[in-house]
Write a protein that binds this ligand. Structure first.
Ligand code: ZN
Length: 174
């Protein structure tokens, strides 16, 4: 398994719509496994394919519990995920992103979501998530639609981050 390079803001690929995956093959399987490996290495609670530069509808998330010995084996992988139902109740909580370094901000999200998609065996799955996982699912599915959590926060806060980030990226050029 390889650790993939995580694409960081403001890379264009993070704004692209990921394309549906037509058929599962060994290439997709390897991508998913590498993404799981990369997520735990980072570490993060979820990773979408655009974050490793691949515009395909696929994300992985950590659903392991404290006493899981092999966390990577228990990660959830969802192909062509779609939110089909969500709660009206929302929760606002601080969130971060592996593609948005050195930042976190409060984001309002549905308290629970029902997601359909396919697993790596190509079977239809339906998962209802609440708590932190519901937030992760919404965050990762946003990625696949070219949306970052920065798009959900106040304009001033977003502009401040973009300015800081540009300054940092420019400092690397000197
Ligand atoms: Zn993210």
């Amino acid at each position: 398994m390889s650790i993939l390079e995580i694409v960081e803001f403001p890379a264009n690929v993070l704004k692209e719509d990921a394309k549906p995956i037509e058929g599962l093959n060994s290439e997709i399987e390897k991508l998913a496994r590498d993404m799981v490996h990369t997520m735990y290495h980072a570490p993060g609670s979820g990773l979408a394919a655009n974050q490793v530069g691949v515009t395909k509808q696929l994300f992985v998330a950590d659903i392991s519990s404290e006493d899981d010995e092999d966390k990577e084996a228990s990660a959830i992988i969802i192909v062509n995920p779609k939110i089909v139902e969500m709660s009206e109740e929302t929760i606002t909580m601080a969130e971060g992103c592996l593609s948005v370094p050195d930042f976190s901000a409060d984001v309002e999200r549905a308290a629970w979501v029902k997601v359909i998609g396919k697993n790596m065996a190509g079977e239809d799955i339906e998962v209802t998530a609440d708590g932190w996982l519901a937030r992760v699912f919404q965050h990762e599915i946003d990625h696949l639609n070219g949306t970052l959590y920065l798009d959900h926060i106040g304009r001033m806060k977003r502009q401040r981050y973009i300015k800081k980030r540009k300054k940092y990226l420019n400092s690397l050029k000197d």
